[in-house]
Design a protein around this ligand. Sequence first.
Ligand code: HGY
Ligand code: MN
Ligand code: MN
Length: 421
Amino acid sequence: MGKPIQIVNSHRIAERIYKLSTCSEPTIGVTRLSFTNEFQLAQKMVEKWMLEAGMTVRRDNLNNLIGRYEGKNSHSPVLMIGSHLDTVIEGGKYDGMLGIVAGIEVIAILFENGIILENPIEVVAFCDEEGVRFHSTFLGSKAIAGTLTERDLEATDEQGITVAAAIKQLGLNPLEYQEAAKEPKDVFGYIELHIEQGPILEKEGIACGIATGIAGLSRYSFKVEGFAGHAGTVPAALRKDALVGAAEIILAIEKLVKNHAPLVATVGKLSVKPGSSNVIPGEVLGTIDIRDTNQYRIKEVIQAIFQTCEEICTRRGLTYHVEKVMEAPPVYCCEEISAAIESAIQENGMRPIHLVSGAGHDAMAMADVTKIGMIFVRCEKGISHHPDEHVILDDLGIGAQVLLDTVLKISNYHTTVKERF
Ligand code: HGY
Ligand code: MN
Ligand code: MN
């Protein structure tokens, strides 16, 4: 088979990803949290590119940006593609952005070649997938999937600003969040192109892979309370040091998790109060992020973590409080969409590789309203959530080409087969 024909413009993709990366707080890497000025700057860029690609563009009341490329039958259910526009702190350029920019590239190619499909296509730039600012996650995709709740809008950031207040500051009305929701009859599939954020595709020497499913994730916040005191006068035996207690808990979690592989757990955030070098820490706040494809194993480990906290805090005269922030069960990709991705990958000269995603994605939330599929693109050394996150130019093009070919296959399948899968 000759070199597969690639009609997407990888240079345009690379240039747009670079431009989006400049919409950031002044940190190393990219820091763009939901509903911030840098987020809105990025959203304006995406809106311009959507309009140039022949789409109509709207913002829903959760600040999702949605470009629509009309089909011959505007009443047909829509095929949705896209990803998230927010990033982690000091993250990379491609996590989320690749799915949005490649999605726009797909429509631009259709538009520039005068191709109009039977069904409409919508490209979504979700407002909050990483959940960094409000320790939430999937706010935008849950709104579209119809699973967002008013309680989600009450989450606060470190300045005490709620999700609802932050959105209202943008001139939107978050309490009308139900208007963002799609009905299952409105959408016949969601396909997300995303960097793999792992080492497998690079090890296999293949640019793209097919996700079979996405691991479940549970997020908890915890507080360990002791008694603040003078660093110079309180004897060691009389201390109620919240930080030493938290440290023992964190090491115990690491040991626990080793016996429950492939489950992983991360304490990613820790704050110490009062936070002076000459005061014994009286309080520690932290987060626990747990991932596994087996939800029962997650529950088992959570119970074991509670017991560990109980034992360590009792022995040290400390108190603790652990609260569930969110949990998303593992989801599985639709076989028909995955089959279309597989054949697109083969037609682009690659061996199909199927991977489970350890990272969470908006597709997890979208699985509550429609069938999902995910295309993974190789990223260097599997690095992600880090300024060194990188995708080579060729892979940007191959990934977008596979997305385009999959969109055409799925649209055709849906149109010709006219049944819902
Ligand atoms: O945390 C995750 O897995 C995703 O990057 N939000
Ligand atoms: Mn991420
Ligand atoms: Mn992501």
